[in-house]
Design a protein around this ligand. Structure first.
Ligand code: WT7
Length: 652
C-alpha cells in the first residue's frame, strides 16, 4: 500500500444515512437515470443541458479538446448571458416575478422583479457604453452586497465586457494588483456598505488603489451609505449617469467562448491567479447544476445563498445559475449577527425561504452560538439545505439538518472550486441517501476519481488525490495572461488529469469523502492523517463547536498533531483547560485510534480564517511550532492571532 492510501478509517465508520423524503424523490428535477444517461454519452448529455439556454446561433461542435488542456465548448455557438438571465424570462411573461428580495443590513429592503432587473441592466449597459467600455474590455467591480452588484455584472455580460469582481473586504493593495493584472478600464464601486451595524467605507480604498494604476479611465460610484467621498476627475456617480440612460438595449450575441469573467483566487503562495470563465459552457453548467443539486422549482421556491458575490459561490449560485433558471432569490447585505444572532433565521422566516445554501464555517459558528437561537424562528418553509467551501464535519451536518432543516431537509454537500465554475461532486436531493460528511458522487456528466501518487485509481476503501478525468463545460479556460501557470498548476501533477489539490477517499460503496487540501495532510510516525478527520473527531465531542488541527514538527514522530478548539455554546464557561484537553485527547483516540491522539490541545476563543471563511492552518502552525506569526494580511480579522496568542501562556 502506498503512503497516500494509508488513511484512517473513522469516517468510514459513519453509519448514519438520510434517504430523501418521499415527496421530494417523487417530484425531483433530476432522477437516478441522469447518471446512466450521462455515462452512456457524456457530450450528448451536455448538449442536451445547453438547450436549457436560448442560443442565437447553434454550436457546430460540443467540445473541442484537440489542444488539451485548453478546452472549447459549444464551438461556433452564440448567446447573450444577460438575455438568458433576464430578458427571456420577461419575454415569457414572467416579468412580474421577483428576481431578488434584497435585504440591507440596517433593515431597508428592495424588491427587484425580472422586469425591473431588465430595465436596470439595460440602463447600466448603456452607461458603460457612454463611458467608453467596449466588448472585450475589463471592468473591476468592488461593491458591497447591493443590487447594483448583480446589475453591474449583467451589464458587463450584456455588452461583452469581462468583469472582475473583487471582494469588498480586500485591501487597496489587493484591489490594485487585480486591476493591474486585468488592465481594467473602469472600476465600479460605492461610497461604502454596511457591516456590523456601521457604514464601512469603500471609496477611499479605491482611490488609493487607482492612484497607483494606469489602466483605469473612470470610477463609477454608487451612493449607498451617504458618507462624504473625495471626488476625483475620473469619478462619476451612478445616480447621475445610470439613472438618465434609456432602459432599452439590444443584446448582441457573443461567442460561446467569449470571456465572461475573471475571478482571482489567492491560494496559499504566489500572486493571485486570475481564473478565466467563458460564456456558453459556464452558463450551461451553472444552470444545470442549480436545477439538479437544489431541485429548484422556479414557480414556488424561494432560494437563498448566503455567500458574498465576491466569491465564486456568489457568481455561480446567486447571480448566473439562479437567474438563468428564473429563480426568486434572497440577497442579504450584512453579517449574520447584526443586529442580533438570529438575523439569518429571521430572514428565512420573513421570506419563507425553501432552499438555503451556506458554508460549514457559518454552521459551526451557529453551533457555537447555541441551538436556542434558530429555535426561536419558524424555519418550516425549508426543504433543501446546501453546504460549500470546506469539508463539512459529520456533526455539523447533523446539527444543520436537525436544527435548521427540522430533521427532514436533505443536506447537499457540494464540492467544487473557483476553477471548476460549478458544482462537481454532490448528492442529488431526490436520489441520494446522504452520509454526513460525504460529498458522495460526481454529478451526471462529470468524471472524477481518487488516485494514488502514481495516478492509478485507488480501490474502494482507499485514499489519495482527487482528480477530474474529463473536461467539463464550466471549467476554467486558463489563468488570465498565464497559460503556462495554468498548465503547471492543474495539469502537470498527473498525465491527462486535472489535479484539484484536495485529498479524498472512497468508502466501501465508492462514495467520495473530501479530506482537505493535500498541503494540510499530516505525517505522524509514517501515517498520513488528514486534518479534516481529526477536526471532525473533535467536533463530534458535545462540548466542541469548532476545531482546527495542524501538524507541528516533532523530534520523535516527524510531525505531531496540535489542535485548536473552540468550545460550544455554554460549555465555554464550564471547561477547565487541562482537564478538558485531556478529555478531548482521549475522545480523539477512541474515535480514530491512538495514532491520531493530539500531542497538544489549545482552547481558544476564535480561529484565524480567510475572508471566505477557510481556516488558515499556516498561522496556527506558526503558533504550534513557536515561530513568529507569518503574513496575516489575508485574515478576515487580523486581531484573531493576538487573541489566540494571549490565551496561550502554555503554548511553549
Ligand atoms: C476549495 C475551493 C466552491 C466555492 C467555494 C470555495 C474546498 C469547497 C468543499 C466541500 C470539501 C470543499 C476544497 C476546494 N471545498 N467545497 N463541499 N467539501 N472541501 O471555492 O475558494 O476556490 O476553494 O474549497 O478544498 O479545493 P475556492
Amino acid at each position: 500500500m502506498s503512503e497516500s492510501q494509508e488513511t484512517l478509517s473513522n469516517l468510514l465508520q459513519e453509519t448514519r444515512r438520510f434517504p430523501p423524503p418521499a415527496e421530494l424523490a417523487e417530484n425531483a428535477n433530476v432522477t437516478a437515470d441522469a447518471y446512466d444517461e450521462a455515462a452512456a454519452d457524456r457530450l450528448a448529455f451536455w448538449e442536451k443541458q445547453a438547450r436549457r439556454l436560448s442560443w442565437s446561433r447553434e454550436w457546430d461542435q460540443v467540445l473541442d479538446w484537440s489542444n488539451p488542456p485548453f478546452a472549447k465548448w459549444f464551438v461556433g455557438g452564440e448567446l447573450n448571458v444577460a438575455y438568458n438571465c433576464v430578458d427571456r424570462h420577461v419575454e415569457a411573461g414572467r416579468g412580474a416575478k421577483v428576481a431578488f428580495h434584497w435585504e440591507g443590513e440596517p433593515g431597508d429592503t428592495r424588491t427587484l422583479t425580472y422586469a425591473d432587473l431588465q430595465r436596470e441592466v439595460n440602463k447600466a449597459a448603456n452607461a458603460l457604453l457612454e463611458l467608453g467600455v467596449r466588448k472585450g474590455d475589463r471592468v473591476a467591480i468592488y461593491l458591497p452586497m447591493i443590487p447594483e452588484l448583480p446589475v453591474s455584472m449583467l451589464a458587463c455580460a450584456r455588452i461583452g465586457a469581462t468583469h472582475s469582481v473583487v471582494f469588498g473586504g480586500f485591501s487597496a493593495d489587493a484591489l490594485r494588483t487585480r486591476i493591474d493584472d486585468a488592465q481594467a478600464k473602469l472600476v465600479i464601486t460605492a461610497d461604502g456598505g454596511y457591516r456590523r451595524g456601521k457604514p464601512s467605507a469603500l471609496k477611499p480604498t479605491v482611490d488609493e488603489a487607482v492612484e497607483a494604476t494606469k489602466s483605469v479611465e473612470h470610477v463609477l460610484v454608487v451612493r449607498r451609505t451617504g458618507e462624504d467621498v473625495v471626488q476625483n476627475g475620473r469619478d462619476v456617480w451612478w445616480h447621475d449617469l445610470v439613472d438618465r440612460q434609456s432602459d432599452q438595449h439590444d443584446a448582441e450575441a457573443h461567442d460561446a467562448e467569449h470571456p465572461l469573467y475573471i475571478l482571482y483566487t489567492s491560494g496559499t503562495t504566489g500572486k493571485p491567479k486570475g481564473i478565466l470563465h467563458t460564456t456558453g459552457g459556464y452558463l450551461t453548467q451553472v444552470s444545470y447544476t442549480h436545477h439538479a443539486v437544489f431541485d429548484l422549482k422556479p414557480g414556488s421556491d424561494v432560494y437563498w445563498c448566503s455567500a458574498d458575490i465576491g466569491w465564486v459561490t456568489g457568481h455561480s449560485y446567486i447571480v448566473y445559475g439562479p437567474l438563468a433558471n428564473g429563480a426568486t432569490s434572497v440577497m442579504y447585505e450584512g453579517t449574520p449577527d447584526t443586529p442580533h444572532k438570529g438575523r439569518w433565521w429571521e430572514i428565512i422566516q420573513k421570506y419563507k425561504v425553501t432552499i438555503f445554501y451556506t458554508a460549514p464555517t457559518a454552521i459551526r459558528t451557529f453551533m457555537k452560538w447555541g441551538d436556542d437561537i434558530p429555535a426561536q424562528y419558524d424555519l418550516s418553509s425549508l426543504r433543501v439545505l446546501g453546504s460549500v467551501g470546506e469539508p463539512i464535519n459529520p456533526e455539523a451536518y447533523v446539527w444543520y439538518r436537525e436544527n435548521i432543516g427540522g430533521g427532514h431537509c436533505p443536506v447537499v454537500d457540494t464540492w467544487w472550486q473557483t476553477e471548476t465554475g460549478a458544482v462537481m461532486i454532490s448528492p442529488l436531493p431526490g436520489v441520494t441517501a446522504g452520509k454526513p460528511g460525504a460529498a458522495m458522487r460526481p454529478l451526471p456528466g462529470i468524471v472524477a476519481d481518487v488516485v494514488d501518487d502514481q495516478g492509478n485509481p485507488v480501490p474502494d476503501g482507499g485514499g489519495g488525490f482527487l482528480v477530474l478525468k474529463e473536461p467539463w463545460p464550466s471549467m476554467l479556460r486558463t489563468i488570465w495572461g498565464d497559460d503556462e501557470r495554468f498548465v503547471k498548476t492543474y495539469w502537470s501533477r498527473f498525465e491527462d488529469m486535472y489535479f484539484a489539490g484536495d485529498g479524498a477517499k472512497k468508502d466501501d460503496d465508492g462514495d467520495i469523502w473530501l479530506l482537505g487540501r493535500v498541503d494540510d495532510v499530516m505525517l505522524v510516525s509514517g501515517h498520513n492523517i488528514s486534518t479534516t478527520e481529526v477536526e471532525s473527531a473533535l467536533v463530534s465531542h458535545p462540548k466542541v463547536a469548532e476545531a482546527a488541527v495542524v501538524g507541528a514538527t516533532d523530534p520523535v514522530t516527524g510531525q505531531a498533531i496540535v489542535a485548536f478548539v473552540i468550545p460550544r455554546g455554554s460549555a465555554g464557561e464550564e471547561v477547565e483547560g487541562d482537564e478538558f484537553a485531556g478529555e478531548l485527547r482521549d475522545h480523539v483516540a477512541r474515535s480514530l485510534g491512538p495514532i491520531a491522539k493530539p500531542r497538544q490541545i489549545m482552547i481558544v476563543p476564535e480561529l484565524p480564517k480567510t475572508r471566505s471563511g477557510k481556516i488558515m492552518r499556516r498561522l496556527l502552525k506558526d503558533v504550534a511550532e513557536n515561530r513568529s506569526i507569518g503574513d496575516v494580511t489575508t485574515l478576515a480579522d487580523s486581531t484573531v492571532m493576538d487573541l489566540i496568542s494571549q490565551k496561550l501562556p502554555s503554548a511553549k
